[in-house]
Design a protein around this ligand. Structure first.
Ligand code: HPA
Length: 275
């Protein structure tokens, strides 16, 4: 359940730290935090200083919010995120999104590392998320009901905004980057999946698998924040890959994708700002 008072306090705290009022936020996934270095005159706020925010326990996630301008566009960069596998309920991710909403965010770019289930995808590819599948029972807004942030029952058919996706595709094309469009399958982790699970996820319609994104996308849909998700394929999923999966390899690939990723996100932010 999103704690509305915590979100309000978090947003007030952030707004006191900077006069910029970005309408776009970006959540930076594993190993993708380098984008913060592209911000002009950023204000850095540690997550642990923001009311209602927890500590990031994944070492590839810095745990700090940067507010500044990305190629002239005011943006809030969330360097690091919370995951279910760290022991957090989905509400912790929901609170981050609720805080964004009270701080004035209208559009959200979620980024993450994924394993590819779809054999047509390859390591180093970008995937634009068109939808997701979550079999876990959790919801970040379980218990919220109708509130200032949203309605108890809300539509998820445009959770990954078609309008913004069209923009993102055009941004990628302009940069000569090819991009798949696929379905993100949420896995709770922290263990990677078994080959049998991956075969099942494939039959169910998953193209990529990851341990994040979905709690944030659900909370953003509740709050009426337009969202797009961009995944970096860091490995072929279990059973497809002949190699054993390892976090070190995942981080290594995100680092190698970093330059392309930064260019792509900067362009996307510029293009979706205009929507
Ligand atoms: N499975 C789940 N999460 C991931 C993977 C994977 O193969 N790769 C990167 N994040």
């Amino acid at each position: 359940m999103i704690d509305i008072e915590k979100c309000r306090a978090g947003a007030e705290y952030i707004c006191k730290k900077t006069d910029l009022r970005p309408k776009i936020a970006i959540i930076l996934g594993s190993g993708l935090g380098e984008l913060t270095k592209q911000l002009s005159s950023p204000v850095k706020i540690k997550y642990t200083d923001i009311p209602g925010f927890a500590k990031c326990t994944n070492k590839a996630h810095e745990g700090a919010l940067y507010v500044g301008k990305l190629d002239g566009v005011p943006a809030a960069l969330f360097s690091g995120r919370y995951h279910y596998y760290e022991g957090h309920g989905f509400d912790v991710m929901g609170n981050v999104i609720g805080t964004m909403k009270f701080a004035g965010i209208e559009k959200l770019v979620i980024t993450n590392a994924v394993g590819a289930i779809n054999p047509a995808y390859a390591i180093g590819d970008f995937v634009l998320i068109k939808d997701h599948i979550k079999l876990a029972a959790e919801s970040p807004v379980r218990g919220n009901g109708d509130s200032e942030l949203g309605d108890r029952f809300f539509d998820m058919s445009d959770a990954y905004s078609k309008e913004l996706r069209e923009k993102v595709k055009a941004s990628a094309e302009a940069l000569g980057e090819s991009m798949h469009e696929g379905v993100y399958f949420f896995a709770s982790g922290p263990q990677y999946e078994t080959p049998a699970e991956i075969r099942a996820f494939s039959l169910l319609g998953g193209d990529v698998v990851g341990m994040s994104c979905v709690p944030e996308a659900i909370a953003a849909a509740y709050c009426g924040i337009k969202t797009v998700g961009i995944s970096c394929v860091t490995n072929m999923a279990a059973g497809i890959s002949k190699n054993k999966l390892s976090d070190a390899d995942v981080i290594d690939v995100t680092k190698k994708m970093s330059e392309r990723f930064k260019k792509l996100i900067i362009r996307i932010v510029k293009d979706i700002d205009a929507v």
